[in-house]
Design a protein around this ligand. Structure first.
Ligand code: AMP
Ligand code: GLY
Length: 422
């Protein structure tokens, strides 16, 4: 089959790699892709949804997989489905689970899904009153999409009120912050858990852990994610069972009952507190860089997983995973996450070590091609070195050996990915 992947990051590249190794897949297209994805398929410079649907019709593409949240929240799935084209991802209505934190929190409350105590409001007075009822730290969230930056955690009531004021008057996040969620702080450890859903049935992927802060020991500013690994030993059967019974199943039943069956990736941001998983947030797509570690752990053909989910037939799929571990280390550009850095050439050593060749690979993200076809680091997160092994320790060693073979001016990466498990 022929598949179009929408997006341009390391996440989309890793889905492309999984499909490249899948004998059911012939042609792969990326819209728009990046400076390395043309090694896996063809880059297509179209962003308009109707024009993309024209392209899919013209080329007889069997399935479209959407990577990032923005096109989902803007309704790409509705456009494709109206035209009878097969696409993997949630409808615009279902994508509100990520597009609006208020929608998500109210949905969790309606369906008794465990989450932090909260209020949602556009009133400063109401927010201030609720703040007084909380013991700091306090969490303030803008309702709309803010590119992962709309969550502020503050150590006292005064700063909570300052953050609330700046959101509600539009000065911190514009329109996205004109309604807010204020909630209690949950003290525990975080997991990223993904369920591939077809509206009714689902497959849970091995639980992952992301590393959001820029620097080692979880210091420095928040980023999109500096590395991840899976499966994490911080999860156990009790947590998986709670996630199935108290989170995923009520979510799928609730979304169906409310007229917006959820098809796509349900990304559960989970905080485990006292052994119980609570939902911090939902996203409606794969995490980046979590996807880069999960794709190599997939033993079943990736096309089967995505295709059966898209046609509502996961009940008839047997999806298997390798009994292995994967660790991904992000290499970011010099000024990430503060500002973009000048383009700089990426040099990759000839990999002469058999173990690295066999057990590690790169998922390219913020890269483009120079005038001579050379690879340039142009984005914030440039690429992800992924190692796979029989143990986390092995996977970790592979990922870092590969990092040692990659050079560009100003590169930054954390040296402690997976530390909570090692
Ligand atoms: P979100 O975008 O909602 O995932 O929030 C970004 C990050 O803020 C999460 O990954 C958590 O580390 C943190 N966070 C969000 N909500 C809470 C909470 N209620 N308690 C503690 N940490 C939180
Ligand atoms: N790595 C977290 C995210 O994709 O939101």
């Amino acid at each position: 089959m022929d598949i179009l992947i929408v997006g341009s990051g390391g996440r989309e590249y890793s889905i492309g790699l999984a499909l490249r190794n899948d004998k059911n897949v012939e042609n792969i297209y990326f819209a728009p892709g990046n400076g390395a994805s043309d090694r896996l398929g063809e880059n297509v410079a179209i962003s308009d949804f109707e024009q993309l649907a024209d392209f899919v019709e013209l080329h007889g593409i069997d399935l479209t997989i959407v990577g990032p949240e923005t096109p989902l929240v803007e309704g790409i799935v509705d456009v494709f489905e109206t035209r009878g084209l097969r696409i993997f991802g949630p409808s615009k209505a279902a994508a509100q689970l990520e597009g609006s934190k208020i929608f998500m929190k109210n949905f969790l409350a309606r369906h008794n899904i465990p989450t932090a105590r909260y209020i949602e409001t556009d009133s400063q007075e109401v927010a201030y009153t609720f703040v007084e009822s909380l013991t700091p730290p306090i969490v303030v969230k803008a309702d709309g999409l803010c590119g992962g930056k709309g969550v502020i955690i503050v150590p006292n009531h005064h700063e909570a009120k300052e953050a609330i004021k700046a959101m509600l008057n539009g000065s911190s996040f514009g329109e996205a912050g004109k309604k807010i969620v204020v909630e209690e702080f949950l003290d525990g450890y975080e997991l990223s858990v993904f369920a591939i859903c077809d509206g009714k049935d689902y497959v849970i992927l091995p639980a992952a852990q992301d590393h959001k802060r820029l620097l080692d020991n979880d210091k420095g500013p928040n980023t999109g994610g500096m590395g991840a690994y899976a499966p994490t030993p911080l999860v156990n059967e009790t947590i998986y069972t709670a996630l199935r019974q108290k989170v995923v199943e009520p979510t799928l039943r609730g979304m169906e009952a409310e007229g917006m069956p959820f098809r796509g990736v349900l990304f559960m941001g989970v905080m485990v507190v006292g052994g119980e998983p609570l939902i911090l947030e939902y996203n409606v797509r794969f995490g980046d860089p979590e996807c880069e570690e999960l794709m190599p752990l997939l033993k079943s053909p990736a096309s089967e997983l995505f295709y059966k989910a898209a046609i509502g037939d996961l009940a008839n799929a047997t999806i298997e995973f390798h009994d292995k571990y994967a660790v991904g280390v992000v290499m970011a550009s010099k000024d990430y996450p503060y500002k973009s850095s000048p383009p700089t050439q990426i040099i990759i050593d000839d990999i002469i070590h058999d173990d690295i060749k066999a057990n590690a690979h790169i998922s390219f993200a913020g890269v483009s091609q120079g005038s001579d076809g050379e690879l340039l680091a142009t984005g914030g997160r440039v690429l992800v070195c992924v190692g796979v092994g029989e143990s986390l320790k092995e996977a970790h060693a592979m990922a870092y050996k590969l990092c040692g073979q990659i050079h560009f001016a100003g590169k930054q990466c954390r040296t402690d990915i997976a530390y909570q498990a090692l």
